[in-house]
Write a protein that binds this ligand. Structure first.
Ligand SMILES: C[S@@+](CC[C@H](N)C(=O)[O-])C[C@H]1O[C@@H](n2cnc3c(N)ncnc32)[C@H](O)[C@@H]1O
Length: 250
């Protein structure tokens, strides 16, 4: 709890140093519209969804902490506390999901954050460092993940990232993760469920189900940090329940 609260304080300091809360609120509204209603826009090559300081601050201060908390909650619910050497954080953004997983085990895993955005890699480095995690960050495309350390020692997490891929990239990633899971790696995929069920979700659930994975839908009522609550209220976003779904291969 302390490390998480300290992270929130550090994020405030980092992102509100020269932005006003109103600017971040406005950007959060725009970002949530991008994510919820104009999903296609996020998929455009060179997507502008996370462009601009305001939107990046909004992502870092609102979405990232939520993603940290729901990822941790899912991992606890499925019983994922087994120690691993490496957690690969696919589409790491600010590193929330990879950090949440690496912190669930003792000794802590090393985290490898992969994203196509330089900004994200910088922020992910900040997050992993903040939590005292050994880490590396690498610019890369999720449609071409190179299998690193294979087998039981590795966990792959793709949180709120698969939805941003086009169909061909998504299939390539599904196949690569499936291969890793067959070699013994753990795989966790997290997505929101507020949107219409994506056709690809069922396909992924079947594909990973065939090798011992489970697909779940979750509704969590989590105590949220003050900054997340105030931003949600100001931007008119629902904050009571966190709904998401996951695929987990142990
Ligand atoms: C909504 S954010 C989620 C970030 C983080 N996983 C989390 O849970 O907070 C999606 C991330 O995926 C990254 N991304 C999207 N498409 C990608 C691709 N083809 N290759 C690598 N990263 C990608 C974006 O740059 C963005 O940082």
């Amino acid at each position: 709890v302390q490390a998480f609260d300290a992270w929130m304080a550090a994020l405030d300091e980092r992102h509100l140093a020269d932005l006003r809360v109103q600017e971040v609120t406005r950007a959060l509204r725009a970002l949530s519209v991008d994510y919820v209603r104009r999903r296609a826009r996020v998929r455009e090559p060179g997507s502008r969804a996370l462009e601009g300081r305001g939107k990046r601050a909004a992502f870092a201060l609102y979405y990232a902490p939520l993603h940290f908390l729901v990822t941790r909650q899912i991992l606890r619910a499925v019983g994922a506390g087994v120690a691993r050497d490496t957690i690969v954080d696919l589409g790491c953004g600010t590193g929330a999901a990879g950090a949440a997983w690496a912190l669930e085990m003792e000794p802590r895993a090393e985290v490898v954050g992969i994203d196509r955005l330089g900004w994200a890699l910088e922020e992910a480095g900040f997050t992993y460092r903040h939590f005292g995690l050994r880490h590396r960050v690498r610019r890369g495309d999720l449609s071409r993940i190179e299998p690193g350390a294979r087998g039981r020692a590795t966990g792959y997490v793709a949180a709120f990232a698969v939805n941003e891929l086009d169909a061909a990239s998504r299939d390539a990633l599904r196949n690569a993760l499936n291969e890793q899971a067959r070699a013994g790696a753990a795989v966790l995929v997290v997505e929101p469920i507020a949107r219409a069920i994506a056709p690809w979700w069922r396909d992924w659930a079947t594909s990973f189900g065939a090798i011992g994975g489970r697909a779940d839908e979750w509704r969590f009522t989590l105590p949220l940090p003050e900054r997340v609550r105030t931003l949600a209220r100001a931007a008119g976003l629902g904050e009571r329940e966190q709904k998401c779904r996951s695929i987990w291969v142990p």
